[in-house]
Write a protein that binds this ligand. Structure first.
Ligand code: PXP
Length: 264
């Protein structure tokens, strides 16, 4: 189904709004984890996720997201410290609600923490938080955040029960997991997101969305009226690799030509 047909089928495609009805733009937060993945593959200092984050800000990103995982497979502690010092927008630290991460967040004081579930063997964050089952550790992280003046967000499945359970814990924001929608961009999945977002808004929560979003499927997500922020990583880094490829090859061609010109 094309993006426009999907929107039409869900009743979300409306005439352009004008004047005072113009909606607020959706905040774009870029996740720089996979810049670090490429760096760590070779143990080089480049590409630097902090420099990449500054380029993202320069290009119009409203915030930078980074996930400090227990196994440090991409972002490392020093990256978080450097991001904290160099960003001019907002640092959203994604983290599991563990004692170790709570201590790091309390010391680093990012503008926002997003609590995510974490399993060592997973490729990426595969589902939303078990908000009720993990209420204990979540509450400990939220208490630290309240004390430090850090905004809080919970990464949850787009389920009404999870939205309501999040509200009960006193968070300011929820981030709806869009992974299932990304795998199955159907009107039913879009409707599920829209209903969860509407419930969140009605309960006074800010509603973000993220995971598996691309330049294509993000259009339908941004059309959901109650979504105020998206967090996007893998697809942006992938697009940067592809779109930056010709420039990178041209630069190497020029470097080779300079070398050849210097031959005795
Ligand atoms: N939001 C959260 C809470 C995540 O855990 C992730 C993945 O780290 C993302 C957004 C970004 O997902 P993707 O890399 O698929 O864009």
């Amino acid at each position: 189904m094309t993006d426009d047909k999907l929107l039409l089928a869900s009743g979300l495609l409306k005439p352009m709004m004008k004047g005072k009805d113009t909606p607020m733009p959706v905040r774009l937060h870029i996740n720089v984890d996979h810049v670090a993945t490429v760096r760590n593959a070779r143990g080089t200092p480049y590409p630097d996720p902090v420099f990449a984050a500054q380029v993202c800000e320069h290009a119009g990103a409203d915030g930078i997201t980074a996930h400090l995982r227990e196994d440090r497979r991409h972002i490392r502690d020093e990256d978080i410290e450097r991001l904290r010092l160099s960003l001019v927008t907002v640092l959203n630290l994604e983290m599991a609600a563990t004692d170790e991460m709570i201590a790091i967040a309390a010391k680093t004081k990012p503008e926002v923490i997003t609590l995510v579930p974490e399993r060592r063997e997973e490729q990426t964050t595969e589902g939303g938080l078990d908000v009720k089952g993990q209420a204990g550790p979540i509450k400990a992280a939220l208490a630290m955040a309240r004390e430090q003046g850090i905004k809080t967000s919970l990464f949850i499945a787009p389920e009404i029960a999870d939205v309501e359970a999040s509200r009960e814990l006193g968070v300011e924001q929820i981030e709806l997991h869009t992974g299932e929608f990304a795998h199955d961009p159907s009107p039913a999945q879009l409707e599920r997101l829209a209903k969860a977002a509407a419930r969140g808004k009605a309960l006074g929560l800010e509603v973000a969305a993220g995971h598996g979003l691309t330049r294509h499927n993000v259009i339908a997500v941004a059309a959901i009226p109650d979504i105020v922020e998206v967090n996007i990583g893998h697809a942006v880094i992938s697009d940067a690799v592809i779109h930056g490829m010709s420039g990178a090859v041209r630069a190497f061609r020029a470097a080779l030509d300079r070398g050849v010109a210097q031959r005795p």
